[in-house]
Design a protein around this ligand. Sequence first.
Ligand SMILES: [Zn+2]
Length: 117
Amino acid sequence: MQDYEGRCHCGAIKFSFRAPNIVDGLRCNCSICTNKGALMSSFLIPQEDLLVEIKQDALATYKFASKVAEHHFCKICGVYPFHHTLRKKGHYRVNLGCVDGINTLELPVDVIDGASL
Ligand SMILES: [Zn+2]
């Protein structure tokens, strides 16, 4: 396990979490993931392990369809830092492109078929 820190582009949303070493990423073919185009963490982070610091009330949330998944984004810079997953209540995936020290262009990528859920 390793400690990681991340932030949106403007830094109004900062987050940290403990997770297995990040050695791959995940993409999804559902409508919103296709729009976002971000590389997500392949692992889920329990809510209690994701520490979030928000300035200027910057965290906004977009929901659609079942409204279970919560797609968070920064009101100031527009970046998606993490989301509450549809797949497991109380768990999050993070945008690996926001995580310090991670080069998303060098990670192998898995794809999940979120469009069929
Ligand atoms: Zn921001």
